[in-house]
Design a protein around this ligand. Sequence first.
Ligand SMILES: Cc1cc2nc3c(=O)[nH]c(=O)nc-3n(C[C@H](O)[C@H](O)[C@H](O)COP(=O)(O)OP(=O)(O)OC[C@H]3O[C@@H](n4cnc5c(N)ncnc54)[C@H](O)[C@@H]3O)c2cc1C
Length: 464
Amino acid sequence: MDNAIEDVYRSLSGRFKGTLLRSADAGYGEATRIWNGMFSRRPGLFAFCREVSDVQAAVRAAAASGVLTAVRCGGHSLAGFSTCDQGLVIDLSAMREVRVDPEARRAHFSGGCLLANLDTATQKAGLAFPAGVVSHTGAAGLVLGGGTGWLNRLHGLSCDNVEGFTLVVADGSMVRANVKENPELFWALRGGGGNFGVVTEFEGRLHPVSSVILGRGLCPGDDIAPLLSQWREFMPEAPDNLRWGFSLRIADESRNTPPALRGLPVASVSALWVGDIGQGRRYVHHALTAAHQAAVSVEEMSFLRLQTMADSDFPHGRRYYTKSGYFRILGDQAIQTMIEALATVPSRASEIELAYLGGAAQRVAPGDTAFGDRSAPFVLNIISNWADPAEDAANIAWTRNLFAQLRPAMVPGVYVNFMSGDEEDRVPEAYRERWERLRSIKTTYDPRNVFRLNQNIPPHSVPL
Ligand SMILES: Cc1cc2nc3c(=O)[nH]c(=O)nc-3n(C[C@H](O)[C@H](O)[C@H](O)COP(=O)(O)OP(=O)(O)OC[C@H]3O[C@@H](n4cnc5c(N)ncnc54)[C@H](O)[C@@H]3O)c2cc1C
């Protein structure tokens, strides 16, 4: 340990109620692992906080020492921001309390909660908080960046459903942010990521959701282009209850894949309906008309089952690299480029995800939250996923190359939670006309950029 991190350790030991972990301690190796296996780093100290006073102590010690500091909730940062070499990791995984008020349809949840914690607690009351699609994702990182998922079109982004934050800011003090208290900070926290402090509690608005109907299917290669053009025409007028999207990939060799499709390019189709099931069946079947009939399933299921269905598709420890952006118009050439790219994809686990935002998420005005402009509805997310470090260069090059080909057809903008760690230059693009306002708020709450392991919004004191 170098001197600075040694100072942090000394200043915390004795009064810290959670656990402090250094490299020689049992459990250190396990603690170094985050979801994205691309990032194998060795922090000098882990501070596993048990209560808010621990978070305050850790933030004060970090600020006083100047050590590089990561904040970790679920550890799912695609960019690897939840770890660092030699510095401090403030880990909130021991703070996973969820309190639900069914009458008021509100939940208070702690800054270390996973989506699984939130869903399990809220569904006991038949309610749901709109969030992501993989239950082992951390709620804090997801909500602070924006938060997209199955319920967005019906109820908005996660950040649109937060009514208040309690956080520890860079000087160690506790601050509340809501429509009445610190409204500028409240605005910034809805999309601005982990830039402004460590959120210890969120207050979220809940919505009644019980069962849903999900249709899935595989559409063979030659039918992908007509299907996507049908989709792009249909979605602008589709009911908010429908979330219809695609993953373009190479079909796997599993038993569930019809033999005629195995190893070939396909569009994996998903169509979710939330609401009246009778009405929804018609839409779900419509979305699956182009799918190979042996690969179609339509199921009514609980919301909890829906929320865990994709968990095994994104296992911990594999290597992931992403590029993301928006199209206002999804043109034929862009569709063709994506389909052709499947012919050279180095890993069969990689995918090109296409979603249509729209609905309630799009009706929030661009200036209402830091998340910003939602007017370009087609969301592209290229997710490369492989196991062998020797294949890093090929997978990263494929992702970058495809993105470079598509970029001229895209509009400026990117969702910060889908960015990789080498895209610092795109952070101003993510916020555009909100950038200077965010920098001012950052300067107020974190003038020395203590919270810089994120898609960083530098305070005015830090030159660009
Ligand atoms: C498998 C998988 C599925 C995903 N699915 C979706 C999805 O459906 N929808 C979607 O919108 N996104 C999705 N994402 C992206 C996800 O939103 C981001 O990766 C997000 O950062 C994860 O949050 P986390 O808390 O797990 O991450 P962490 O790595 O723990 O933290 C990520 C960032 O958030 C900050 N942070 C974490 N906790 C706090 C806190 N308490 N206070 C302040 N800052 C904090 C950290 O400093 C860091 O910068 C997915 C990611 C993965 C890996």
